[in-house]
Design a protein around this ligand. Structure first.
Ligand code: BES
Ligand code: MG
Ligand code: ZN
Length: 532
């Protein structure tokens, strides 16, 4: 009945354009033909009322829809559907419109014109859109919709990011019947205008989410299905097809020829062959120095001889989170065609206990000739990064950024709220800080002081020690100080992402599991750099 009513309302009148008339006829035809899509939902946003008695304010898309259903949306919102519709939460309405959509999720986007929140160091308006869209989409998926159109909610990029991030799931090893139903998401057709900025922004958001989802996939995969060899093949297949991308998969003998004794000392404890991935993306001028991203790629960290407790050890399959975020961000950068040269360096190995593994007290030599006393074999990330950083230096880069699930200590200090970030460069800090405020994946600056350096440069038997002298103190800071011993450029930044590796319920628009954070921040960082 209501569908008929709405078709009558949309009947072409003589004053309407040909385009409008044919649209209405199409709707009429669709209504009475058998090809009516039965499971399509729509996500529409509304802003919180300005006063307690006030009404929800409709976004332009919601307004259009409201006109299309003769004001029914507004009327429904004034009733019970609008009651207790808190910021970020949604109501699924059925039967509002039956020509195109079986259901409509109306979501409260919070106050209109929310922008940067100084206290929270984030563009809160963008976060509100991400949270709202993700919640609404999940409800529609639960309601059985297989296709959903999402409106821009005032920020097409953020809406697309949330759409594709929130629907991601890892079902590769589940029976078909137990897999999360897939939902096809597109931008609300009423907002699609070929070549418009809105469409471009939506596409950009989709690319960013796909980059992060690729990182999540790599991280979530069990360690027996994501060995150094498999990781390099998967990333190689994925990235080598992208424009201006070249992938080189180096093996153990190559690492030997480069004198990467520190990296190889970790790798030799495992039966799995180590790999060293090198990826070039040339989006900038040919003579421009590259930005180098280094990612920790420990595909499983048992701790080695300094073995970890068995509880939750399975999480250590994601100890290649740095490598995964680097791969995901390069994928997105290449798909976006960012005008910048990037080189990714990814040392990949397992950290296992065996007869060949590093023993506490062993001394190994890094590529730059420095000797390292391995006092704790579980501090392996810094050992493999040391060589990758030395190698990075040989390319005379514009800057070096390394990203690693490096210490449990950063999780204790900062939790999943922010990434612990270390740099002596003011401009680099400002750029990554800004990038995090835009993406919602925030960065926090930590100290790189001599106080910490002293704790790793007084080893009994070697130049440096892989753990700080004062056990139990500032573990993330001493790890950063250790890495600093292997870079001479001041244009270096280190991200300790152990705290943000897993998402419990910290980021509402990501599901539970390995987070792929901070992939989008890395891409945003590159974009900002490319404009400087
Ligand atoms: N991969 C771990 C760090 C980690 C812990 C990542 C928890 C994600 C979640 C790293 O290799 C490690 O084991 N670090 C040790 C260093 C210590 C021995 C100095 C740690 O943090 O306990
Ligand atoms: Mg470890
Ligand atoms: Zn580790």
């Amino acid at each position: 009945m209501s569908a008929l009513l709405c078709t009558i309302v949309r009947q072409p009148s003589r004053s309407k354009s040909l385009h409008q008339s044919s649209k209405a006829i199409n709707r009429f035809v669709k209504l009475f033909s058998s090809s009516v899509p039965r499971h399509k939902g729509l996500v529409l946003g509304v802003y919180e009322p300005n006063s307690e008695e006030g009404e929800f304010l409709l976004t332009p898309a919601a307004q259009k829809f409201n006109e299309h259903v003769s004001g029914k949306l507004k009327r429904v919102l004034k009733g019970t559907a609008g009651k207790k519709l808190k910021c970020g939460s949604s109501r699924v309405l059925f039967g509002l419109e039956e020509t195109d959509f079986t259901s409509v999720a109306v979501v409260n986007l919070g106050k209109q014109d929310v922008d940067f929140d100084e206290d929270e160091q984030v563009y809160q308006g963008k976060e509100n859109v991400r949270t709202a869209v993700a919640g609404a989409l999940r409800l529609l998926r639960d309601a059985g919709e297989t296709e959903v159109e999402v409106e821009t909610c005032g920020d097409a990029q953020a809406a697309a990011e949330a759409s594709f991030l929130s629907l991601h799931s890892f079902d590769e090893f589940r029976a078909e019947k137990d897999r999360t139903p897939s939902v096809k998401v597109t931008l609300f057709s009423e907002e699609i205008e070929q070549g418009s900025q809105v469409v471009e922004k939506w596409a950009k958001g989709e690319i960013l989410a796909a980059g992060q989802n690729f990182a999540r996939y790599l991280m979530e995969s069990p360690a027996n299905k994501m060995t150094p060899t498999i990781f390099s093949e998967k990333v190689g297949e994925n990235l080598s097809q992208l424009p201006n991308c070249k992938v080189y998969i180096r093996d153990q003998s190559w690492a030997r020829s480069m004198n990467m004794g520190s990296f190889l000392s970790v790798a030799k404890g495992s039966e799995e062959e180590p790999k060293f991935l090198e990826i070039d993306y040339e989006g900038g001028k040919s003579d421009e120095a590259p930005v180098i991203f280094v990612g920790k790629g420990v595909t499983f960290d048992s701790g080695g001889i300094s073995i970890k407790p068995s509880a939750n050890m399975d999480n250590m399959r994601a100890d290649m989170g740095g490598a995964a975020c680097v791969a995901g961000s390069l994928q997105a950068a290449a798909r976006l065609g960012l005008p910048i040269n990037i080189k990714a360096l990814i040392p990949l190995c397992e950290n296992m206990p065996s007869g060949k593994a590093n023993k506490p007290g062993d001394v190994v030599t890094a590529m730059n000739g420095k000797t390292i006393q391995v006092d704790n074999t579980d501090a392996e990330g810094r050992l493999i990064l040391a060589d990758a950083l030395c190698y990075a230096e040989t390319f005379h880069p514009k800057l070096i950024l390394d990203v690693a699930t490096l210490t449990g200590a950063v999780m204790v200090a900062l939790g999943a709220g922010v990434t612990g970030t270390y740099t002596k460069s003011e401009p680099i800090w400002n750029t990554i800080h800004t990038a995090g405020m835009i993406t919602g994946d925030r960065m926090w600056r930590m100290p790189l002081l001599k106080y910490y350096t002293k704790q790793v440069t007084k080893a009994d038997l070697a130049d440096v020690d892989n753990v700080g002298k004062k056990r139990g103190e500032a573990g993330s800071c001493t790890a950063a100080a250790f890495l600093q011993e292997f870079v001479s450029t001041k244009e270096w930044i280190h991200l300790d992402i152990a705290g943000v590796m897993i998402n419990i319920d910290d980021v509402p628009y990501l599901g539970k599991g390995m987070s792929g954070r901070p992939t989008r921040t890395l891409v945003q960082f590159l974009e900002l750099l490319s404009k400087q």
